[in-house]
Write a protein that binds this ligand. Structure first.
Ligand SMILES: Cc1cc2nc3c(=O)[nH]c(=O)nc-3n(C[C@H](O)[C@H](O)[C@H](O)COP(=O)(O)OP(=O)(O)OC[C@H]3O[C@@H](n4cnc5c(N)ncnc54)[C@H](O)[C@@H]3O)c2cc1C
Length: 411
């Protein structure tokens, strides 16, 4: 790999693949992207559409930020814990980097087609109804066989990028090692209309911590709202039909948010969800192949970071490509290094949080959150942690420091 501009084939034209294609093309690469769905308007159904604030500069870079602002809702998390509420007014703001940003709630039915439109604006070759079949990896290039609208076609590239999601067929074909980590929760979610809380003006998404469960209220455009409930997948209380599931979500929400009234909400969709969703990690690289987005890491959706990490991995891959072109560093090794430094710390924290601690009590949860509730600066840090603007280890340090300080004042 010693050419100036590399030639990439990207498998999967969703959030990771499209953003990588756009950024690589902007930096001189030759890019072909293939997508197995037939329609340019196809989109991912299993998503609750919360894009964390860490994504803002990347959305800007790929030319999507204005669209997201216009077609999504500016949002910020508000947490309801047994010790009190964690919120802060204004945008997320990280005092160390002096950056200010918001999260966005934007439906994938709107976001995914727009990403593909941007590909076309950049003259990136997009093949729809084209699936990855196999790859032969030579010393300095790959021959990729695809099923292009029913016809087997061979394409050559320097690097193959797998952006084909959690079930990545590229990684399976290439025998990438996969690690799985238990996730103790399942989720169900549905869309409703008649959102009565008047929160659309303040653009808050509401997250409640209710024992081992968590409930989420995501306001969406056009007066819609998405309600999701995460709970123990060993629970015996699993509603089995659509009507019972809707009732279950609304009952849980009413109990967890006693100040809100859910009476006027009308369900306008199927109920979506999963029973079993182990955290899944794959090595980000092997010879002439890079994995990005869910193909590389697909972790507990409760954390709401999948889209942001898909964007981040695409951005790190592009940074590695720029270093390769400017300084001659090894492109894929550089990507691996950046991935381990900038993405893995977030994933490790999320994987740990996806286990249920059956020994915890309401009091122990209260005790855990109390230092955050009491300290304005720590509240900001907590929101920044969940928005992935700071790393878990930095939050832990600040939490420890503040807890010790507080224990000296609150005897
Ligand atoms: C219930 C649930 C809720 C979630 N909520 C959130 C949330 O609120 N916020 C958030 O940030 N994340 C959320 N996520 C995670 C988020 O949806 C994913 O992390 C994100 O979509 C990953 O993007 P991706 O581009 O890597 O993969 P995907 O979006 O899965 O895209 C993969 C693409 O590859 C294509 N493809 C697959 N195989 C082939 C092939 N062989 N050939 C060609 N094309 C192929 C697919 O058609 C698809 O377009 C949620 C996930 C779940 C399950």
């Amino acid at each position: 790999m010693n050419k100036n501009n590399l030639n990439f084939i990207i498998v999967g034209a969703s959030i990771a693949g499209c953003s990588a294609a756009i950024m690589l093309k902007k930096n001189g690469a030759l890019v072909t992207i293939i997508e197995r769905s037939e329609s340019i308007d196809s989109y991912k159904k299993l998503c609750t559409h919360f894009i964390q604030p860490i994504s803002t500069p990347i959305l800007q870079e790929i030319g999507l930020l204005d669209f997201v602002k216009e077609n999504g809702l500016k949002s910020k998390a508000k947490f309801y814990t047994p010790a009190g509420v964690i919120e802060s007014s204004g945008p997320y703001s990280d005092k160390e980097t002096s950056t200010e940003s918001y999260a966005y709630n934007i439906e994938r039915s709107v976001l995914d087609p727009e990403l593909r439109k941007i590909l076309l604006e950049h003259d990136i070759e997009l093949k729809m109804n084209a699936s990855f079949k196999e790859v032969t990896i030579a010393e300095d290039h790959c021959i990729v066989t695809i099923d292009d609208n029913g016809k087997n076609t061979k394409l050559e590239c320097d690097v193959l990028i797998a952006a084909d999601g959690r079930t990545s067929s590229v990684s399976k074909f290439c025998n990438f090692q996969q690690q799985e980590f238990q996730n103790d929760r399942l989720t169900i979610f549905a869309y409703f209309e008649g959102y009565p809380f008047g929160e659309l003006e303040t653009h808050q998404s509401h997250f409640v911590i209710d024992g081992n469960d968590m409930g989420f209220i995501y306001p969406l455009k056009k007066g819609k709202v998405l309600l999701s409930w995460y709970y123990d997948n060993k629970s015996e209380n699993k509603p089995s039909n659509q009507e019972d599931r809707i009732k279950f979500i609304l009952e849980k929400m009413s109990n967890a948010f006693p100040d809100f009234s859910f009476d006027s909400l009308k369900c306008i969709s199927n109920v979506y969800g999963y029973n079993h969703f182990p955290n899944q990690l794959r090595n980000p690289i092997s010879k002439n192949i890079a994995l990005i987005g869910d193909a590389c890491a697909s972790v507990d959706p409760l954390s709401g970071v999948g889209c942001s990490m898909a964007l981040k991995s695409a951005s790190l891959l592009t940074e590695a490509y720029i270093s390769f072109k400017q300084d001659g560093v090894s492109f894929l090794d550089e990507y691996l290094k950046k991935y381990q430094e900038e993405i893995m710390p977030h994933l490790n924290g999320i994987i740990a949080d996806s286990r249920i601690n059956y020994n915890q009590t309401k009091e122990s949860i209260q005790k855990k959150y109390l230092p955050i509730i009491r300290d304005k600066s720590l509240r900001d840090d907590y929101l920044n942690l969940t928005g992935r603007l700071i790393y878990p280890k930095d939050f832990q340090k600040r939490y420890l420091f503040s807890s010790i300080k507080q224990s000296k004042t609150h005897i």
